[in-house]
Design a protein around this ligand. Sequence first.
Ligand code: AMP
Length: 380
Amino acid sequence: MTAIRTGLAPGATIGVLGGGQLGRMMAVVARQMGYRIIVLDPSPRCPTAQVSDGVVVGALDDLAAAKHLASQVDVITLDTEHVPADILEALEPIAPVRPGAAVLRTIQDRLVQKQFLDRLGLPQAAWAPADDLDAALAKVGRPAILKVRRAGYDGKGQVRVERDGDPVALLARLRGEPAVAEALVGFTREISVILARGLDGQIQIYPIAENAHRRHILHTTRAPAPMPKARRSQAEAMAVAVAEALGHVGVMAVEMFELPDGQLLINEIAPRTHNSGHYTYGACATSQFEQHIRAVCGVPLGDPRALTGAVMVNLIGDLWSHGAPAWQEVLARPEARLHLYGKDAPAPGRKMGHVVLLDDDTGRALATAESLITTLSSRS
Ligand code: AMP
């Protein structure tokens, strides 16, 4: 292995646990920079394997498979935070794991994550463990949201408790999984701060993203989010506090709710590249994927500056209900960048790709995004 001071120079091999679209985009930029990529995934045809140097076929909780990967690489990173922390801990003596098991232990369990944020004094929605449901609802009030502690994403493993709903019946829908109750927040918008923290503690922050969801799945991101400077600084400071307290290495997203009075509450931390940072690939001098590779390899971080305003719109499997959408409308727009993840089974709600619209007029780009989705839906 070659080292730039303490870092891994191009030519080194990076192991990625999980072969989804995040790993795929990391692999594309890593290989562009001259790094090698080996991925662990149950499918040899997964999005990351299609663009990697090697694949180890195995489940993410298969310790033998993970060790096999670890023995072939110089550093290990993640495509998903759902790799068991115990597996990461077992790999740490074989190759550096970035972010490490301790970060994942704090993030993977919503209850532990919320306790961590409370300890830091960072604002979040009122919450309580749902083990004693009556006590929890008495604390957070109604309406509320019940969320499973582990492995929930894109609104999966969540139920909303209305004022007069039967919470016990709703809890049953979470199939007896341990959950937390959270107050329903009347936010005006959702934002995310994407940053990278290097091995040496250096931090680089991307322009703040403004996110709109549909059916609990991210629909569009606009960046930079129009925002007064003081609030932006506050959001950035909150995200930096999280990254530093965790000792995180790599890209991290901190999702926040903005309230009508401008107050910010942290919703969720993702210790990895994030869907709301896809716009950086094309719109910023260094994409979140390159930044993550730089951070985990311990080389200097790149410039996160936006070269243009941008809107990202997700392409969800529903668009494929009558076959592959006609892409001409996207390809005909000079400001549009099409990304497809190479998933061969489009399913409703499944993220299949996205489009980034590079346009300093982000209001116009949001309108373009909607019209593209309407066109793709009607032609599909
Ligand atoms: P999560 O998986 O926690 O990010 O939740 C998915 C989406 O559900 C969020 O992006 C919000 O749109 C919505 N949501 C989650 N928690 C709350 C909450 N406490 N109050 C209102 N909306 C929420």
